[in-house]
Design a protein around this ligand. Sequence first.
Ligand code: NAD
Length: 474
Amino acid sequence: MAAHPVHVNFPGRLVFVGFGSIGQGVLPLILRHIGGLDPSRITIVTADETGRAQAEAAGVTFVRQALTRENFRHVLEPVLGRGDFLLNLSVDVSSLALIRFAWERGALYLDTCLEPWAGGYTDPALPPARRTNYALREEALAVRREHPDAPTAVLTHGANPGLVSHLVKQALLNIAADLGKAVAEPANREQWAALAHELGVKVVHVAERDMQAPSVPKRNDEFVNTWSVDGFISEGCQPAELGWGSHERNFPRDGRRFDFGDGSAIFLMQPGAATRVRTWAPMSGPFHGFLITHGEAISIADYYTVKDGDRVAYRPTVHYSYHPSDSAVASVHEFAGRNWQVQSAKRILLDEIISGGVDELGVLLAGHAKNAYWYGSQLSIDEARALAPHNSATSLQVCVSVLAGVIWTIENPARGMVEPDEMDFRRCLDICRPYLGPVVGAYTDWNPLTDRGRLFPEDLDETDPWQFKNVRVL
Ligand code: NAD
């Protein structure tokens, strides 16, 4: 086999919208693994100069032009037509506007996040329920119902959301095998949900601990992150959201249900960046993460729902539990202390990350007969650098998932709007695995009641460790 296998050929044109940390990390992977795509057929449309030198060195056209509601059609029309591909890796550009446009043009589409136009995540004129990923997803699903026969448009296929949906499926099969259950691989949504139900999975945490560190420490009045600072600030300021499981008995005092859509999630009346939860990963052990809202919290909860008529018979609680790099934790702390007024300087870490750090990103499936099982990637900065240019451990986990999603889309061009849970998880994992470092499965005895109440009495639900009440840090 070639060192860099070509997974698919693509005869069309490819347009990147946005060329920040993810775009720059994805381009070399696309040129490596997608055949027949001459760089002269790739155009980048982006709002700033970042990445111009890289693009031009690769022979790719670089257009600096911020897209707006008013100009995006005019800018994209000349470079996007039937059979082409629109790869949206921007912030502040409406995913739904681009999807509708791609469909009008007969083009394929993929993004890593459901973005509104600039300001949509934090517009105080909108009620909190409308500033959620749940609301954005409901809007997307309504568009999907209107266009069942459209070209494929993949929503939210980065690492998380994205890759983690595939990790959940592999983790379910691993747990079933370890429990000695002879399980045929599920063939559809109902069968996957039935498997999670049968195994008794109560919660799914996307449990991430980023241990990468910079050579120059975070300065005063600076927001430092290993991927988009703007992206992290936007999602961190949205209400905390979680898929709300059928085993939950303690509704949060600041929790709210949605009065529209399928009701698979709830939100809290505070930002995700102010909401902390307990979780576990193999290298880190137990840790506190931020419950930042993410698309996968809702789509996975919805996908694995089992209904008995109109009644929800089973649904796992699903949420992100994110410990970003220590510099980013300090940045969030400073940002919160200013009552969410952003720092004057922003820094995305890449070349200055020191050797040795690992981004441990996986899914923790818990509440079943073997307590809890984490399955995911333990990619180090050193391995990421050896594997691909223009990448950190964080970006590479995202970028290879984008690559896998683009390949799957080219191979499945007429599927309409698709969420990661609806894709071929084996195909995607096979493409990603060589870039993920060690992919590890590990069981733990830890649960959210472990070592609790030692220093002070706590209000706990001792009857079930995996109640969200026990998971949340109050
Ligand atoms: P970044 O901040 O490094 O780059 C953002 C890019 O968007 C820049 O090139 C900027 O010029 C461009 N942009 C901003 N406004 C624009 C406009 N109006 N028109 C055109 N381009 C515009 O961000 P990033 O780290 O590369 O992340 C990109 C996207 O990927 C974000 O939406 C982020 O939330 C998402 N993301 C998803 C995952 C995942 O795992 N699913 C992980 C990381 C990032």
